[in-house]
Design a protein around this ligand. Sequence first.
Ligand code: ADP
Ligand code: PMV
Length: 408
Amino acid sequence: MLNGDNCYTVSVSAPGKVILHGEHSVVYGKTAIAVSLGLRSSIVIKEVKTAGEPVVYIHLPCVGLQETIPLNPTVKALFNPPLCAGVTGKFTWKIPGKLDHDCHLRKVNEFLHMMKPNFDELPSNQKNSLRSFLYMYSGIFGSTNVQIKSMDISMGSELTIGAGTGSSASFAVCLAGALLRLLSLKAHPAAAFEPPQGFEPHEREAISAWAYNCERIMHGAPSGIDNETCTFGSVVSFKKGSKPRHLDLRLNLRVLLVDSRVSRETHALVVKVAGLRQRNMAAVDHIMDALDDVAHTATQILEKLSGGKCPADTDADYQHLAELWDMNHCLLASLGVSHPALETIRGFARARSLACKLTGAGGGGYAMILIPPSTPRTAVDSLTGQLLENGFRVTETCVGGPGVELEM
Ligand SMILES: Nc1ncnc2c1ncn2[C@@H]1O[C@H](COP(=O)(O)OP(=O)(O)O)[C@@H](O)[C@H]1O
Ligand SMILES: C[C@@](O)(CCOP(=O)(O)O)CC(=O)O
């Protein structure tokens, strides 16, 4: 959108993600399936007129951050980012995978320390958000000749931060989507007078690749499944050592996302499973194989459900899926990654014949309850009431919906 002052506004949203199948077994080379979550982050970038030097105003209430960044020193320190060693030519925003990530990130860190002498004392979520913004802004705009202006950036999220529902990827995808669209509008001003178009597949590729670089800032060596799921939505299948594969399914599975309110550390749970495997190699490997089979069969059912089958088949498919969710949970429980709170949640769901599984690392965190379309509303309401009475947090939402979207 272009206003009378020749300033653009861009609004973008992106979903979070949950792991549907393959948590823990993916560490041992099996397939994992992630789906987009109905809870989304959103961003509004507005170019604004300012009297003095150009600045970026950043409002990130989810991490309690409000910051003003001067643009002239940013341009001087961070524009014209370097290419990876051995790659010739000039870096452009179209090839984020060829950016010398470590060198660019080091410059971002040096700049932040210079701009904010107390940078090291900030909470790590604020540090990561600031690093990610500067990295991406200078990476994208620093390789073009478009004229930069002051801007105001606000970002919100329905996701809980740091709970394994992909808030960091959702944040990074929103940021990349909005910055790339702003760049495209500024580079092709005539497009601002045409009806806004959603993101094209090639734009999504670039968004996901920039978000992956941001995920590297937050997580070191991420698998790429989160940025892919938050960008493309729907279902993403992933196996260690290969690129995540987006399955273009039209799904809208209803779920209750239940927060057990038990905090857990992913790494500790991965180590626990490794210990169990060390002592019981053959048995644990059979469990991993079974988890892999569950992931593959569930994918086939999701493919059927997305094909718009007749209602009778849909019921049977949901029943089969529910069976697999239960089996998946029990296999994970046999690896020692459930928790009494998760078992309580499952008990409440089972009393209403609904399937429930933990999602992510387990040991606490979230459980998901599948709500097939035929489930009576009263059953969902009474289950929700019981969960809330017992101190759990409950969100009714969908999985498998759209990825990054331009908000009109
Ligand atoms: N809405 C948001 N605003 C600002 N930063 C965000 C937002 N959502 C996520 N982040 C960034 O992502 C980080 C969360 O990453 P992480 O701990 O991996 O959580 P998750 O498992 O939810 O992805 C936060 O520390 C913060 O830097
Ligand atoms: C346990 C594991 O398979 C999934 C971790 O999920 P989460 O980010 O803790 O929700 C670990 C991993 O894949 O790195």
